[in-house]
Design a protein around this ligand. Sequence first.
Ligand SMILES: [Fe+2]
Length: 511
Amino acid sequence: MFNAKDISTEFIYRCLDSDKSTSELLEFITAQLSKKAKNTLWNVGVINENSGRLNFIKEDKFFFKLNTEAKNLLKDKDSPQILKQKYSGYKYSIAAPIKYKKQDVGIVICLTSKKNTNLVKKITRALAHFIKQHRLKKKLLEDAMLMNIIINANQGTSTDKNTSSLIKILSVQLKKFLKASGLRVYMKTKDGSSYFYDRKGNRQIFEGTLSGSITGMVLQSKRPRMVHDVSAEESYNKNIDDVSGSSDIKRIIAVPLVVSGEAVGVLVVSGGTDREVFVGSDLVWAKNIAGQIAAAYERLKLYKDIHKLFISAVEAFAAAIDGKDPYTHGHSRRVTLYSMLLGKALELDKQQLEYLRLSALLHDIGKIAVPGYILTKEEKLTDQECGRLKEHPQRGVNILKHIKEFGPLLGGIKHHHERWDGDGYPDGLKKDKIPYLARIITVADAFDAMVSQRVYRKALSEDEALKELEECSGTHFDGELASKFIDEYKKKFYSGKSSGKFSAKSSGKES
Ligand SMILES: [Fe+2]
């Protein structure tokens, strides 16, 4: 005996258990119904949530007329209706509306040999339940996946990444979830101009102003908009609001990116075809995503502010070192300048260049712990004084090692007085055992020491200092680096003037 209650339980079970589409499952279910309720043949039509169109599982010639009659007959009806059209082998054609909480969900058609409208009623109730459950399950799965994407995107966007990478990660999947054909994030700058990130996360210049567009209104009002028909919207501006690159967008969602109460940009999502109709939950998701992008932007801004503070602190340190000895005034800055000249010529990456810049600025920070009279003494240093001065690389490390951010700088600071031949200090490291950044700083440091006037000697001319670098290649300096520095210096700074004499070797106080 066929039992509609058992079937409805089975529907729900299959709905929760299967990852097939609603229509695939309905095909399976109608086949099962025909098997269990003998001499019946079933068809089901489901209303698409976005387009409102009624799509039947079976739409062949046999069912086409029947589907049309059922559709027309059931308008404003709540109960099963007997159709006029009949088919051989089946005495009755019964159609019933599938409703869930008074809302039309679809239509069921049953060809049967018995006029059993109660059975059709029960099946429509079970189908209504199934369709709603299955849609809910799909939505939950999509939401969970989207949430997962956002969480992963944020995890991948630590302070050293930028807003662009977040948008890139989000955009890969967002188009699918929001059924959108375009996505763009406009950002405004302090001077009122704008730029945008396309959905690949590429930053591009935006010529002109955002005002006079839906995007501009959202930026100004800080209120999101979901526009279903842009052709009926006076403020629609194709050049700004159509972010799909196609010519036929119909609708957009625009959500402001708000940071500390100020709108810093707008997330714009556009759609065109019927399948790209936006629903209320899309606006909720767009708001959620805009919130994530705004948070990433705020984190990045905060990171930049902190980094600026950090750099200011480093520069203050460097000034304090140079200030201890009026003759070495500006030495740390010049060593940084020469180090960067060489680092760029060696094509170091951005991160390494930043480490080089900071290491060079701080290379002599240990001199803070060396008595001033040693640094400014005109006569030759005693062995004890010389030993004290040579402690400055290690003392620099001792000062900075407690702060995590200085970790990558310690090698350059500790070993900037090592020599290529191993005769340097503090560890007597040789050749490539000496950290690369330290070898660069050594060349820059020595060059500046040679061309600067000190209390215990006069400055060397550029020519003399460059010649000295060349002559000491392979002994004091890494030959490759010294040679590169000479070339670059000649290209960028060489004045051709010659003055001064080099006489600092015996003092033991270079740099
Ligand atoms: Fe030094």
